[in-house]
Design a protein around this ligand. Sequence first.
Ligand SMILES: [Zn+2]
Length: 386
Amino acid sequence: MGVHGLKPFRLCLLLLLVTTSLHCARESSKKDDGTQNTGGGVVFNSTKEQVNEALDLALKLATEPDMTKNVFVQFWKDWGQGDKNESIAKPGHLFTRAETTAKAGNEVAPGERFESPALMALSRDKVLRSDKDCAPSATTEHTDGSVSSLTIDADVCFSVRNLMRLPQSSLLREILSLVLHEAVHMGGGQEPEAIAWQTLFSRYFGARFGDLSTDIIAAETLKTMGVARIFLAQANEYAGVNNQDPRTFAQMGKFAQALDSLPELRDPLALELKLKPKRPELIAEYSKSVLSLVQNIRIKFEVHTDNLRVNGIRFPLQFMPPEKVVPSLNEISVRFEQINELFLRMAGRNEFDKPTCVPPDGNNVMPIPFRQADTDAFPPKCSNEY
Ligand SMILES: [Zn+2]
């Protein structure tokens, strides 16, 4: 039971009124996602590989065991818990436990505890990818996904062929919403509840991430870093002539601001989905490095500027003695270039591959503190082959 399409809302509600069946089929003549299904044939807008890739990613996101990073938990916290729909605001079928606030009298930091057997069940080997419609049903309509029962042990099916009608730009959004629909069923939710979650999540996803087919994050990041590099160079120039030149501090303020405005710095999931990095495991390190550098600059340079003069009396240079200005700038420059390299390495696109090799003796090159799992040699060693 529980057979349904992606956007079957109106028809589905109608069906529920006239039948007691859980079955819910996709409208066959005209759809509002811009594709047609003209009875005989479906217009394919995505390839089988693209659908499988999106499905892989959707299942990975859905089963993220760190619940604070799980996209459905984030969705519920952001939008779900305040929703008018009781079945979403009190998410018994999706989360057996959903706590975002501390209990009364608890002085300790608020706990965030979520448990979702239904989501975790999707990581078990019970997901079938079909080249046909999912689950035979009384209707001859196409079906995109289904569950074998409204239980945690249900078999789940996704019709790869049917999902190929979706345009690539909305593939992940629609499939992730469909995965949520099925998870709500596995938690025991009926069709209207599953559709309500699916619909609201799809809106949330669009609002938070936008159109994922436009790949501008990498370009924006590199552009912003280029601007930041100019501020830093100017600061270096001023300080080189006079280490008490106040313009140095102004430039460093702008530099920190530019770094702070790097795209999706505080939303690792958005960065992952929009950048589609080759090395997503480096995202956390990238964000952390940038934010820590920004903080470092603000302590050293911005606080200092604010305290330059009080009532016309020059304050002693507590935060930044003049002789430390140039060494600090050098250290910041090194860290900045490391961040730049880290980003390129994380993004891992051919168009950004600028093999900045180092001589084998590698003097003066500070290694980037990658994790142990980082096996490739970096920076690449110079080779006679080039
Ligand atoms: Zn359903």
